[in-house]
Design a protein around this ligand. Structure first.
Ligand SMILES: Nc1ncnc2c1ncn2[C@@H]1O[C@H](COP(=O)(O)OP(=O)(O)OP(=O)(O)O)[C@@H](O)[C@H]1O
Ligand SMILES: Nc1ncnc2c1ncn2[C@@H]1O[C@H](COP(=O)(O)OP(=O)(O)OP(=O)(O)O)[C@@H](O)[C@H]1O
Ligand SMILES: [Mg+2]
Ligand SMILES: [Mg+2]
Lengths: 226, 226
């Protein structure tokens, strides 16, 4: 589905050069439920930005369904992301001037989904993340964990093949976090939706069928379990 | 040190009214190491905003060292906060256009601390949060957990009597999070610095000498242990 081949990433700005990833190889198959763990600063967010095409490697390449991202036009890449990938940012990236409903339905608008169906799917996804009735609030009127769940809802509502989630339960209590994990596992098992998330939560790591460990920008362990 | 008496807080905007806290009583003594836990949306951030004076109760009152906040002038309150309270926000609130050093030393500038001493204390606090040498980076050049630690450093560097921390380890792996907790415990035991933090992390809850549980804006448990 997605593969990274010898991907390295350095951030450069003025005289600051930071090597965030060193020659990372990773193949993500359809239907996986993979956790990426590692210390703060080890490269988890950077790796997610590379495999989503939201940022470009310094060297190496990323293939989406066999095609190298660097060979895609900007249009082709953004269409691919819109139709196949849902991204949940570590800092949510909700649009402050849009309501919860508008934030969530944004991508369905781009896909040309009709108004009645958008309304119904927003209501349904809000139920799934335990935020019923929050459609008309603005992000600033939500708690941190509620904002996080709206970011999750936004990524899920367009039913993408792949969800890339950057620490999706960081601001959730264990009960709410596990409910979210259950929902994701169910979509994975019943609909074959692929999940790749970075996490610090050992509960999530234990419930993933594959665990990748990063340290200082390198994969030090890649373990598939039952 | 700080006490909340029958504090209630409702957020109102247009036709939306949200009761975030219902008649909360809480007395925080000097030298405590208190964790506030509870589900996402239960009122943790709101409670921290009330006891820091960063926001005003709808009813009830908050006393700082015996004096009601409502009887203080705006100047008196902000001076008190500057000199006695360090606040770590759930979303860090780092200033994007300032470097890590400038973000951290801001409050020392307000306090009139000299340049050499500011430099030294910034270097020292960055060591304490395991971010040595990061002085000249901008917040956007840091990982999520690194930004969180800069927010922690900023609150700590002015050596306040009281630290109020809103989920200070949410974006940290367990190792980095525990190192932070060790540092806070040491300041608490050796310098008598008071810590009140909201958290979802059971490790932190277990290592606190007092645990307050919130549910739907009410305190449902307030337990002091050894
Ligand atoms: N500005 C606001 N306007 C309206 N409602 C708000 C506002 N801020 C918070 N709320 C609501 O008040 C309640 C308590 O919010 P608070 O941020 O204190 O929760 P929390 O316990 O910190 O949650 P989390 O663990 O998710 O950070 C929630 O129901 C939230 O939606
Ligand atoms: N824009 C940037 N400019 C310079 N360095 C950066 C930039 N973004 C990230 N870095 C650095 O790259 C490294 C990896 O960052 P990344 O955000 O991928 O870590 P992470 O594993 O997601 O950490 P966390 O668990 O704290 O979120 C870190 O050392 C970080 O400081
Ligand atoms: Mg990250
Ligand atoms: Mg909160």
């Amino acid at each position: 589905l997605i593969s990274a081949e010898a991907v390295s990433k350095s951030y450069e700005s003025g005289d600051l050069t930071v090597k965030a990833l060193h020659s990372v190889d990773l193949v993500i198959g359809s239907g996986e439920f993979m956790a990426i763990a590692g210390p703060s600063g080890s490269g988890k967010s950077t790796l997610l930005f590379m495999i989503s095409g939201l940022d470009i490697p310094t060297s190496g390449r990323v293939l989406l369904k066999g095609k190298s991202i660097s060979e895609m036009s900007g249009r082709e890449l953004s269409d691919f992301r819109r139709d196949h990938i849902g991204f949940i940012f570590q800092s949510y990236n909700l649009i402050p001037v849009l309501t919860v409903r508008e934030n969530i339905e944004y991508i369905m608008l781009l896909q040309g989904v009709g108004e009645k169906e958008r309304r119904d799917r927003v209501a349904e996804i809000l139920e799934d993340v335990s935020l019923p009735g929050m459609e008309n609030r603005f992000p600033s009127q939500l708690s941190g964990g509620q904002q996080q769940r709206v970011a999750v809802a936004r990524a899920m509502v367009s039913k993408p093949d792949l969800i890339l989630a950057d620490e999706p339960t960081a601001n959730l209590d264990s009960y709410t976090g596990e409910a979210l994990l259950d929902m994701m596992r169910e979509l994975n098992e019943k609909r074959g939706m692929t999940f790749v998330f970075s996490t610090h939560d050992t509960t999530i790591m234990e419930r993933s069928s594959r665990l990748v460990l990063l340290r200082d920008g390198r994969i030090v362990k890649d373990e598939t379990r039952g």
